[in-house]
Every structure is written in C-alpha cells, then in structure tokens.
Design a protein around this ligand. Structure first.
Ligand SMILES: Cc1cc2nc3c(=O)[nH]c(=O)nc-3n(C[C@H](O)[C@H](O)[C@H](O)COP(=O)(O)OP(=O)(O)OC[C@H]3O[C@@H](n4cnc5c(N)ncnc54)[C@H](O)[C@@H]3O)c2cc1C
Length: 427
C-alpha cells in the first residue's frame, strides 16, 4: 500500500512530536511512524530552562500545570566526597542582551510525558502510522519514501516530499547508509544503570524537586531526579569495564553504588525501596556526519548524543524541532528547493549549538576544578546560559568562558566538536 505525504517523520518521541507540532503551526501536515505503543518506557526525565521554553512555545505549559508536573529550579552538583558543591539555577533571558531572571522548568516521568506530547500532536491534526520503518526508497539523491511494516504485518510505502529522521538512538537513516558515517562519541564506553525508588530524602522547600548530580571520579557519577511526589529516578553512570568487572545484577550494582559513590547520595537513600527493576543503557554517545541531504534531515538523538549528565537531550530535540520546521518550510515553499543541500544551514546551526555543549562537557570532565570556578565564581552567568540551553547563534562562541574552555581543551588535543586529535598540541 502506498500513500503520499508532505512530510514523513520516523519516530514519535519528543523530537518527532515537537517537529510535527512546529510544522503544523506553519500549516505543513506530516505523518509520524512510531513502532512502540505509548506509553512506553524512556529514560531522560529532567528538563533544562530552554527545554521548558520550547514547550511553552508549543502551548504545553497549561497542560503540564494541569497534570501537576514537578517544578525544577536548578541543578546542584556535588564533588567527590560530597564536597565542593555548586548550584546552577534555572534562569531565562527575554532577549540576547537582557539580564537573566529567575525561571523554572519541569521534571517528568517520560513514559507519560512522551505520550502526552504525541497525543497533543494528534489532537492538533498530525497523522500517525502504527508500525515500524523498515527500509528506504531512494531515487538518486532523493529519499522518496519509507517502507514500513504495520502492527498487523501489512507492508506500506509512505512517500514524502521531505523525510525526517527522529528515531532517536536507533539512528535509522545512518543505519541504512543514507547519512553518515556514524562515529563513537567521547562518552561511548560507559554504562548507565537506572532505577526508580521511593523513600529518598529530597531537599526542603523550593528546591525539593531539583536535579542533584553526584560526582565520584571522571566518568563515574550519579543523577537524582524527582519524577513525582513519591518517586525519584536514580542513575549510576560508570565506565563499561568497571560495571562488567563487578559481575552483578543491575539492582545489586545500583545498591552497592548508592552506598559507596558519594556520602551526599548515601545520606539520601538510607531507606529507599526500589519500585521497578533496574534498567540500563550503553554505548549511547555517538556523532553522525552529513546528517542532512537533498530532501531529508535529522532531529534529536538520531544524529548525535553526547553525554546525559546535564540533561540536554530534550533541549536538542525540542530546539532542532523548531529550526527543522523552518528549514522544511523554506524548502517546500521553493526558497531552497533547488539548492544542492537545502538543509545545510540548519545542520551547521544545530551542530554549532551542540559543539558548545561538547566544549562544556569535555571541560567538566577533563578540567573539573577550573570548570567549577567558571560555574561558581568567574563566569556564572555564561555557564547558566549553557546549562539552560541558550547555545545557538554566534554570540555564545565569543563568551570568555567558552574561549577559555577551548584553550584548555586544545592543550589536551580536543577540537571544538570534542574530537581528540591523535597528537595533543604542544603545551
Ligand atoms: C542515560 C540517559 C539519561 C538521560 N537523561 C536525560 C535527561 O535527564 N534530560 C534530557 O533532556 N535528556 C536526557 N537523556 C536524553 C534524552 O532521553 C533523549 O535525548 C531524548 O529522548 C531524545 O528524543 P528523540 O525524540 O530524539 O528520541 P526518542 O525519545 O528515543 O524517540 C525516538 C522514537 O522513535 C521510535 N523509533 C525508533 N526507530 C523506529 C523505527 N524504525 N520505526 C518507527 N519508530 C521508531 C522509538 O520507538 C522512539 O519512540 C538521557 C539519555 C540517556 C542515555
């Protein structure tokens, strides 16, 4: 069975749903192919300030308020041994030259949140296809459509003027060889083990539902994210070989780490009950090159994922959704129709934003003490901008903190995209 569409989107996670909603605002209809039945489990429960801003742009604030989503005011990072903590508040700016103001964002149970987003997209007129994208239909440089298998086993061809890959870590178009190559990210050889618990001790007052990060050593840390009034999501991230050398179940490993990783974490988990079985993710850090083409592009995790520590995945998904919709409109309106690479400007804009976060994360891991000084003392406002996700455009590349971080990283041989050269530059 063959059907024709203006835009075909693979994946109904936040990237797919938000892209469809931004397209809808521009009067462009789309169809989302989603293989899972929602609600489905997903990790990634904490939002940054600008992620909240994107949801507000999509008119989701009233919905989230109605469902009593937890309010996040900031992120507290505890250093090794529970010492040297610093706090990054959520703050917004009305415009690039305006001063920062206190703001809030949300925490969410992702299964419920992702369903809410997809349902809202459908309510607003977005079509869905219940089934799995299985193949591509190419004609020269054009990606004419996507082969799909519906849940009843029937085969379909969804033809699109534009195809958007929002398949998350499945990286559909990269796996089909349409875009790429796909390379390892800097935080590739790590494992995240996560559990949901009740009985954890949160802070008092306004900061009760904030995100807490506990650092042990390089690439060994934990998150603590309240997801409702009772339940907290806790994730333990360690190098893969450390986890395999333990030869433990996920639950036993998590329990051991809760009591040994960081005394500030241990204090909060004395009487916790696990309310679900332990889950895990590995090899989640990667970078796909050339991720747009003549009539196709990616949004969200489908082209790059750096590191989960500062909760920026949903930021990329929701920001790129907005920018992708603008680029698709320009293409469908004929403005960029004839260009060899109509989405290159979007790709470069999105990559440069991600590069800022790559710089910040690489600096956090490679130079924790200088980073802490930037965040806590010398460049507080600039780091707050980065944590919020105000990372797009040229101005931020001129921030003093960004230049300093890049100079430090250059000494260890990192370029701006976080790729480490074989030979570090002479110090
Ligand atoms: C350990 C860990 C912790 C994280 N914590 C945070 C956090 O606290 N905050 C944050 O913002 N981000 C976090 N993230 C990242 C965040 O979860 C992702 O960035 C976000 O989910 C990306 O959204 P997406 O829509 O691109 O992909 P997804 O949410 O993965 O959605 C992709 C969808 O595509 C569907 N799909 C895939 N292949 C096909 C196919 N062939 N056919 C049809 N459908 C398909 C999938 O079923 C899925 O529903 C974390 C990530 C990890 C690994």
């Amino acid at each position: 069975m063959r059907s024709k569409h203006r835009v075909v989107i693979i994946g109904g996670g936040p990237a797919g749903s938000c892209t469809a909603m931004f397209l809808k605002k521009a009067d462009i209809p789309s169809i989302i192919i989603e293989k899972e039945t929602f609600p489905r489990y997903h990790i990634g429960e904490s939002f940054t300030g600008e992620t909240g801003g994107q949801l507000r742009k999509l008119g989701m604030e009233d919905v989230l308020t109605k469902f009593d989503y937890l309010i996040k005011h900031g992120t507290k990072v505890y250093g090794t041994g529970g010492k040297n903590s610093f706090y990054i508040p959520v703050r917004d700016r009305l415009g690039p030259n305006q001063s920062q103001r206190p703001a809030t964002t949300w925490q969410a149970r992702r299964s419920v949140f992702d369903k809410l987003l997809l349902d809202t997209a459908v309510e607003r007129g977005v079509e869905t296809f219940d089934g799995e994208a299985s193949g591509v239909i190419m004609e020269g440089k054009l990606l004419r459509g996507i082969r799909c298998r519906a849940k009843d086993g029937s085969e379909h061809e969804l033809m699109g003027e534009v195809v958007i890959d929002a398949s998350g870590q499945n990286t559909f178009l990269a796996n089909k060889g349409v875009i790429g190559p796909k390379g390892r990210g800097n935080y590739d050889k790590q494992v995240a083990i996560f559990i949901q618990v009740t009985g954890a001790i949160r802070d008092e007052g306004e900061k009760r539902d904030d995100t807490l990060i506990f650092y042990r050593t390089k690439n060994h840390w934990a998150w603590f994210i309240p997801i409702d009034r009772e339940v907290v999501s806790i994730g333990i991230i360690v190098p893969s070989d450390y986890f395999t050398s333990k030869k433990m179940s996920k639950e036993a490993f998590a329990r051991e780490e809760l009591y040994t990783m960081n005394p500030e974490l241990t204090k909060r988990v004395q009487n916790v009950q696990f309310v679900e079985e332990g889950k895990g993710a590995a090899n989640y850090s990667y970078n796909v090159q050339n991720w747009t083409g003549k009539n196709y592009l990616c949004v969200g995790d489908s082209h790059r994922f750096i590191d989960p520590i500062f909760s920026l995945g949903l930021l990329f998904a929701t920001k790129e959704a907005e920018y992708a919709a603008v680029a698709v409109k320009d293409y469908l309106d004929g403005i960029t129709w004839e260009a060899e690479k109509p989405f290159l400007q979007y790709q470069n804009y999105a990559d440069r934003g991600q590069d800022i976060i790559q710089t910040m994360l690489d600096c956090f891991w490679e130079f924790p003490f200088p980073f802490q000084r930037f965040a806590h003392m010398t460049h507080q406002e600039e780091i707050i901008d980065m944590f919020a996700g105000r990372i797009y455009g040229d101005a931020i590349h001129e921030y003093d903190s960004v230049k300093r971080m890049r100079r430090l990283l250059d000494m260890k041989g990192f370029d701006q995209s976080g790729i480490q050269r074989e030979e570090p530059a002479p110090v």
